[in-house]
Write a protein that binds this ligand. Structure first.
Ligand SMILES: *Cc1c(COP(=O)(O)O)cnc(C)c1O
Length: 301
């Protein structure tokens, strides 16, 4: 994709705000709690490598991404802290992840068995986080039997290091706690089935952390908060007051490239979905393929 550098559409990313947001969250953590910066989807569109390097300066302990290629992008940028891929990676790439010290999410027992074959061939050990579907309805274990079998499979298994176990909340951003509590209970139950001891047990996303949901989580997977946005489904609700200050990091700047007057009955755009009902001044603003600029200052023009 090409970037339009000869026109005025620009995305400005304030890395100073990103650093401040992470520092604010760091101060809010419980003693010993770690912060993993979630930089999936190109750092929520802000630039994964730039955000990750800023997060390191602010004291991030590790990173979460969605796909293996994003993890490799960070490794290629000389980032050495732990990286967890949250999505399902095909088992044939387990050795590639292991060779790059990237941790993968385990969605089920079958995945473990497949990955083991590939790892044994190359005599590699992979760091894994057991994914639990506690009610998000996406990837992870949700049946006791299968989870118990996976636990047994992992006992004394040199192909894997059980670095974590985690679940993801569907509604930590809601003032109604009913479903959240149901998810917490399911997660506790699944944890009680384990005899292997994951190094980190983690459930917190931005919302669970900043709305003080008060549930044990060794790591906060801090995503949307990095970028300065409040995840609340209702930011005005007093039940969901964010404990920390967040400053939006992205701004979009453009300029009018064309201004003119149209008359009553004139249409605008495909399908003429807007029709002027009187003489109207209209302007054209370029938005596609913007340039991306990074700044460290907390104040932007
Ligand atoms: C995206 C994601 C996060 C980060 O969530 P935020 O609400 O952006 O903080 C945490 N955990 C998982 C599994 C995710 O997919």
């Amino acid at each position: 994709m090409i970037t339009g550098i000869h026109r005025p559409a620009t995305v400005r990313v304030n890395l100073g705000a990103i650093k401040q947001n992470i520092e604010n969250e760091k101060k809010h953590l419980n003693p010993g709690q770690k912060l993993f910066a979630v930089v999936k989807a190109n750092g929520y569109g802000h630039g994964a490598v730039q955000v990750a390097k800023t997060a390191l300066k602010a004291g991030a302990d590790g990173f979460c991404v969605a796909i293996l290629d994003e993890a490799l992008e960070l490794r290629n940028a000389d980032i050495v802290k732990p990286i967890l891929v949250l999505g399902v990676v095909s088992p044939e790439y387990a050795p590639l992840a292991a060779a790059n010290d990237v941790s993968l999410t385990v969605p089920n027992l079958e995945w473990l068995k497949e990955a083991e074959k590939y790892l044994q061939k190359e005599d590699l050990q992979l760091k894994i986080h057991l994914g639990i579907d506690s009610g998000m309805g996406r990837i992870g274990f949700n049946e006791d039997d299968e989870f118990v079998a996976a636990n047994k499979f992992l006992e004394n298994n040199d192909s894997f290091f059980v670095e974590g176990m985690f679940a993801h909340f569907a509604s930590a951003d809601s003032a109604d706690d009913t479903y959240f509590k149901h998810q917490v209970e399911k997660f506790r139950h699944m944890k009680s089935l384990l005899t292997v001891h994951p190094k980190w047990i983690h459930v917190d996303n931005t919302a669970a952390s900043i709305f003080d949901k008060d549930i044990h989580s060794d790591i906060v997977r801090f995503g949307i908060g990095i970028y300065g946005l409040n995840p609340s489904s209702n930011p005005n609700s007093p039940d969901l007051k964010a404990d920390i200050e967040l400053k939006p990091a992205l701004s979009f700047v453009s300029e009018l490239t064309h201004v003119k007057t149209i008359h009553k009955g004139d249409g605008v755009g495909y399908g003429s979905t807007f029709v002027a009902d009187k003489d109207t001044i209209i302007g054209t603003v370029p938005v596609a393929m913007p340039m991306v600029g990074f700044a460290n200052s907390a104040v932007l023009r």
